[in-house]
Design a protein around this ligand. Structure first.
Ligand SMILES: Cc1cc2nc3c(=O)[nH]c(=O)nc-3n(C[C@H](O)[C@H](O)[C@H](O)COP(=O)(O)OP(=O)(O)OC[C@H]3O[C@@H](n4cnc5c(N)ncnc54)[C@H](O)[C@@H]3O)c2cc1C
Length: 455
C-alpha cells in the first residue's frame, strides 16, 4: 500500500528537502528553505557524540573551547541525556568531567522549572532587580545584523547561519539586547526560538530571564574586556566602533542600572506578577484532517512522536515497537509563530531516521495535531495512543484536544528519560545542584571542581 498524498514522504534525500519539504510546509517557516548547518537525526547525533572527545572542555567559556555542540540533538531527543552523561563519564576526567555534567544538569533544571511553572515561564517569573523600562520589539538593525558593532553583528549572523551560538555569545547578546538596548527579554527569546536548532521553551525562556534578572538575583552583563578575553580578541582587535561595552563593571553598573544592584533576589520564581499573568490557552484551531490511509493492518495501539522524542529510543516508541507512529508538523501553531526552515528540516531528518529504523509504519503529516492523532488512531482501529510526556503547554493542550476528538481512545503517557531522580520543588540552580550533585557525578566532586559561579 502506498502512502496517501497528505502524508509527507519519509524517504526524501537531503538534496530534495528544501524543495519538497519547503513546498509542503509553505507558510510555516521564515526565510528560504535550506538544509540545517548540521544534519538532524539519531545517526548524525550519535556520530557527533562519538566524535566529541571533550579534551579542553575546561576552556568552555572561551569561544575556542571544545564544547560539545550536542544541544540540538539533545533538544530533540535524537540522543539521550543519559547516553551523553555516560559518554562524558567515559571520555572526561576530574574537573572537566564534573563541569560538563553540571552543565548538562542546567538543561534538566530548566525542564523541571517548566514542569513546575508551565506557561508562566513566558512571563516575568520575578520582578526585575533594577528599574527596568523595556520596549517590546526587536530593533530592525539588530535583526538585520547592522548595529555597527562587529561583535553583535557577528552573533546575529552566526545565529541565523548556523542555528547555534556558543553559550557565552548567547549571554552577551542577551545582555546587549536587554540592558544596552532596553528591549524586553521576550523579543530576544522569540528571535532565538525562530533560529536556534536547539531552541526550546525551557532553556531559552529561562536563560533570557536569568540574564534579565526576572529569574535570578541580579542582571547578567559583561564588559569589553570580557568579550575580548573570551573571544580571543577576534572582533575587538580591529574594531573601530565606539564600544558601548567599554568600562569597568562598576562604571557599567552605574550607567545601565542607575546605581547599585541588590545582592539577593527578593522574589520567588513562582511569585509572578498578576498583571502579567499567562494568557489563557487558545483552543486549537482544528481543521478536519484529510483521510489517513493506513500502510499496514489494523493495530491495537498507535504512537504519537513529537519534537522532543525524535529517536527510536523514545520511551513510547520503545514500549510499542510494532505500533504505527505519527509525527505532525503543527500547522496552527507554526502558522502563528513560524521558525526558520532549517529547524523544520532538522526535525524531518529525525523522523526520517525513525521511519528507516522501525519495522512498523511511521507517518509524518502537516495539520492540527489533536485532530490528526484522533483520525490516525481511528484509521488504524487503535484503542490506545502512546506518547512520551513533555512539559510544554502545547503538550497538555494537544492531549486535551485528542480526548475531545476521540473520547474512546485510551491515552498512555510514558515518562521521558531523566538525568536525576529529584522530584521536589525547584527555585535556583545552585540549590538544585546541591541536591543532585552526587547522583549526577556518581560520587563526590573532584577536589578541584568549581563550587558555583558562572553558568
Ligand atoms: C539567552 C540564552 C538562550 C539559550 N537558549 C537555549 C535553548 O533554547 N536550548 C538549549 O538547549 N540551550 C539554550 N541555552 C543554553 C546554552 O547556551 C546551550 O545549551 C549551549 O550553548 C549548547 O552548546 P553545547 O551543546 O556545545 O553545550 P555544552 O557546553 O557542550 O553542554 C552540553 C549540554 O548541556 C546542556 N547545557 C549546557 N549549558 C547549558 C545551559 N547554560 N543551560 C541549559 N542547558 C545547558 C545542553 O543540553 C548542552 O548541549 C541558552 C543560553 C542562553 C544564555
Amino acid at each position: 500500500m502506498t502512502a496517501p498524498p497528505a502524508d509527507l514522504p519519509l524517504d526524501l534525500p537531503d538534496a530534495q528537502l528544501p524543495g519538497v519539504l519547503g513546498a509542503a510546509l509553505a507558510g510555516l517557516y521564515t526565510g528560504e528553505p535550506r538544509l540545517p548547518a548540521r544534519p538532524g537525526g539519531r545517526a548524525a547525533g550519535l556520530a557527533a557524540l562519538r566524535a566529541w572527545t571533550g579534551a579542553g572542555y575546561r576552556e568552555r567559556n572561551h569561544l575556542s573551547g571544545n564544547v560539545s555542540r550536542l544541544s540540538m540533538y539533545l533538544r530533540h531527543g535524537m540522543i539521550g541525556i543519559r547516553e551523553v552523561a555516560a559518554h562524558a563519564r567515559h571520555v572526561l576526567r576530574g574537573r572537566e568531567r564534573d563541569e560538563f555534567l553540571r552543565q548538562l544538569t542546567w538543561g534538566e533544571f530548566f525542564r523541571l522549572v517548566l514542569r513546575q511553572e508551565g506557561a508562566r515561564v513566558l512571563d516575568n517569573l520575578e520582578e526585575p532587580k533594577y528599574p527596568a523600562r523595556w520596549t517590546d520589539a526587536l530593533p530592525d538593525d539588530v535583526r538585520a545584523a547592522r548595529t555597527q558593532l562587529p561583535c553583535v553583528d557577528a552573533w546575529v549572523t552566526h545565529l541565523i547561519r548556523d542555528g547555534w551560538l556558543h553559550n557565552h555569545e548567547r549571554l552577551w547578546f542577551a545582555a546587549y539586547l536587554i540592558h544596552w538596548r532596553g528591549v524586553h527579554w521576550r523579543a530576544g527569546y522569540a528571535f532565538f526560538r525562530e533560529h536556534l536548532l536547539d531552541g526550546d521553551i525551557a532553556s531559552n525562556a529561562l536563560s533570557w530571564q536569568w540574564v534579565a534578572s526576572t529569574f535570578s538575583g541580579k542582571p547578567y552583563f559583561m564588559n569589553q574586556e570580557n568579550v575580548e578575553r573570551f573571544s580571543g580578541g577576534r572582533w575587538c582587535r580591529t574594531c573601530t566602533a565606539n564600544c558601548p561595552f567599554r568600562g569597568s563593571y562598576e562604571e557599567l553598573e552605574a550607567r545601565l542600572f542607575s546605581g547599585h544592584l541588590p545582592q539577593q533576589s527578593p522574589a520567588s520564581p513562582g511569585g509572578g506578577d498578576p498583571r502579567h499573568a499567562a494568557p489563557a490557552e487558545e483552543p486549537a484551531a482544528e481543521v478536519a484532517p484529510t483521510p489517513i490511509q493506513p500502510t499496514g493492518p489494523t493495530a491495537p495501539r498507535v504512537v504519537w512522536v513529537h519534537g522532543d522524542g525524535l529517536s527510536v529510543t523514545d520511551a513510547a516508541l520503545s514500549a510499542c515497537p510494532d505500533a504505527p507512529a505519527l509525527f505532525v508538523f503543527d500547522r496552527p501553531f507554526l502558522s502563528g509563530t513560524p521558525v526558520a526552515f532549517p529547524r523544520l528540516a532538522f526535525m524531518y531528518q529525525g523522523v526520517r531516521d525513525i521511519a528507516a529504523a522501525r519495522r512498523a509504519p511511521t507517518h509524518a503529516r502537516v495539520g492540527a495535531v489533536a485532530g490528526e492523532l484522533a483520525a490516525f488512531a481511528r484509521a488504524y482501529g487503535a484503542g490506545e495512543l502512546h506518547v512520551t510526556r513533555n512539559f510544554t503547554p502545547e503538550f497538555t493542550r494537544i492531549l486535551a484536544g485528542v480526548r475531545a476528538a476521540h473520547p474512546d481512545l485510551r491515552v498512555v503517557v510514558h515518562d521521558p528519560e531523566r538525568l536525576t531522580s529529584y522530584d521536589g520543588p525547584v527555585r535556583r540552580f545552585f540549590g538544585f545542584w546541591k541536591k543532585v550533585e552526587r547522583e549526577v557525578l556518581q560520587g563526590s566532586p573532584s577536589p578541584d571542581a568549581p563550587r558555583r559561579g558562572h553558568r
